[in-house]
Design a protein around this ligand. Structure first.
Ligand code: N01
Length: 511
């Protein structure tokens, strides 16, 4: 559409105006909303495509879903929960935590549910973001994309998948109306989701087949149920919960040298993983099939005590021959063997390298973020993008972690964005990173990625962008370094312009 036509059309609409528009109410969007609410200075609206908060923790309801980061660390530092039931809380408990947070922090009235953003465009005339959703149109001075990187399922591109006449669903879109009991079930994938699902399905399936493309490294999961005494202690002595949180944080932080391939660190963790495999899988052929052929840490290291033992059960088999195609009855392997199935679970991950949200956000020249990012995401301070004024990306380029709690990254970004929004609103400003500053920043990330296990570990993973093979999803340094660099907003590196006086009217509050 021609730009002028678009603007005219835009002017004819019944816009809802706000200072800050947040897309998404998962851990990041909700955390951002709580920060703005607590600050009490800004109008803000949260757009949520579903009818509930919670993001990936609302969507991933598969059997066995739980966090593989300890809950006392995988929770907001500003809302500790002394009553986590166990070290690694199950999904319903995490979702409940997020719902309670949204309620108790007064965020719910700000959330527009069932509102899917379908287009976000920078309007150069009024200098605002115009966001069209399935439930209304919005104009905002600042746009925060908090759509997450594990929100849109990635389906495998396997010939014949659509011809399968049994049931098929993605791990992130579990169909609870389907009973897996006494069924012949196949699971494609052996990532973090699959290894939680497999032991659960094995209990009920007549026959369970796991289609493995590459073997994961698995280490013991040191879980336990918190006793009432422990929970009481965390409730009465918040400093004890904080001490535990700090200990867990530093435990992860000191694992970063593994990802830099420091030999002593690598050896320690790979010995742990291979011993775990040896202890749990006596059969030599099965053990061989389960032995990864790449350096540990290149893909996510998984935590499980029951995945390997499940694979030794008589109703479970591991297929490593590779999938040739799928037909109406089931899966045909590259060695021509076939596995007939009633249910096929695709546990094949998410669209994390090419974020779908990037397709609908258009900057000053009308180009989408996806077009700008065709070789992978690039952002200044991992958060703002040249050509996209007053836009903040949460969990955008290079914010993922190989080991550690994403909540630390989220809270760091919340603080940065809160500062940026304050600067925009208090100074009637438009901010956009200078192209040169962004380039320098991204180059520093590429430099730090060099020599890491993600680039050199000999695996293929979603951490690397499929076209450029650059590390565009993970942060390649210590988490503390992320906070040092990106923990507070400074206008340095930004092109700052001031709004024309008539544009100030848009600052007028909706209420
Ligand atoms: O997805 P994945 P996930 N044919 O992308 C295989 C988070 N998470 O949903 O390894 C055959 O890791 C693919 O094979 P390969 C966590 O950050 C957290 O499991 O590429 N196989 C792989 O085995 C995690 O990293 C928790 O060779 C195909 C699997 O599918 C992220 O979510 C729990 C294939 C995909 O693994 C994603 O995890 C769960 C094909 N065409 C998830 N395509 C917590 O506990 C893909 N595969 C916090």
């Amino acid at each position: 559409m021609h730009e002028t036509t678009m603007i005219n059309e835009v002017n004819d609409r019944n816009w809802i105006k706000t200072e800050v528009l947040i897309i998404g109410s998962g851990f990041s969007g909700l955390g951002m909303a709580v920060a703005l609410k607590r600050e009490g200075k800004r109008d803000f609206i949260v757009l949520e495509r579903a009818n509930d908060v919670g993001g990936t923790w609302r969507d991933n309801t598969y059997p066995g879903a739980a966090c593989d980061i300890q809950s006392h660390l995988y929770s907001y530092s500003f809302r500790p929960n002394p009553r986590w039931s166990r070290v690694y809380a199950p999904q319903p408990e995490i979702l409940d935590y997020l719902r309670t947070t949204a309620q108790e922090e007064g965020v719910i009235p700000h959330v527009k549910f069932n509102a899917t953003a379908i287009n976000a465009r920078w309007d150069p005339v009024e200098s605002v973001w115009c966001v069209i959703t399935t439930a209304g149109e919005y104009k905002a001075l600042a746009l925060v994309s908090a759509a997450g990187h594990l929100s849109d399922p990635s389906y495998p591109n396997i010939e014949g998948l659509s011809s399968f006449e049994g049931e098929v669903f993605h791990s992130a879109r579990w169909d609870h109306s389907y009973s897996p009991e006494n069924q012949r079930i196949g699971v494609i994938g052996t990532g973090a989701s699959a290894i939680q699902i497999v032991p659960e399905l094995a209990y009920v399936a007549e026959q369970l087949t796991i289609f493995q493309r590459s073997a994961p490294y698995v280490i013991p999961r040191r879980d336990h149920i918190y006793s009432e005494a422990e929970k009481g202690m965390f409730a009465h002595f918040p400093e004890a919960a904080q001490e535990l949180r700090d200990e867990l944080f530093w435990g992860n932080e000191t694992r970063f040298p593994q990802r830099r391939q420091v030999p002593a660190f690598i050896e320690q963790v790979s010995t742990m993983a291979l011993n775990h495999l040896k202890n749990q899988v006596p059969d030599e052929k099965l053990r061989q099939d389960l032995t990864p052929d790449y350096a540990i840490g290149c893909k996510r290291i998984l935590l499980s005590n029951d995945y390997y033992p499940t694979l030794t059960q008589p109703n479970v088999s591991l297929q490593t021959a590779g999938i040739s195609h799928i037909d109406k009855h089931g899966v045909v392997l590259k060695n021509q063997d076939r596995v007939d199935l009633d249910l096929l679970v695709v546990a094949t991950g998410f669209e994390a390298a090419d974020l779908p949200i990037a397709e609908l956000i258009h900057g000053v020249d009308g180009e989408s973020l996806a077009e700008k990012w065709k070789d992978g995401g690039q952002a200044y301070a991992c958060t703002t993008v040249s050509g996209f004024p007053n836009l903040f990306m949460m969990l955008g380029p290079n914010t993922g972690l190989g080991a550690g709690s994403m909540i630390f990254m989220i809270e760091t970004q919340i603080n940065y964005i809160k500062g940026g929004i304050g600067f925009i609103c208090d100074n009637a400003a438009l901010i956009e990173p200078e192209a040169k500053a962004q380039h320098r920043y991204v180059e520093s990330i590429y430099q730090r990625s060099g020599g890491s296990v993600w680039l050199e570990g000999g695996c293929s993973s979603w951490y690397l962008h499929p076209r450029s093979q650059r590390l565009t999803t993970l942060w390649p340094d210590f988490m503390t370094q992320f906070r040092k660099e990106n923990g507070s907003f400074s206008p340095d590196g930004y092109q700052v312009t001031t709004r024309a006086p008539q544009e100030q009217q848009l600052l007028a509050r909706q209420a």
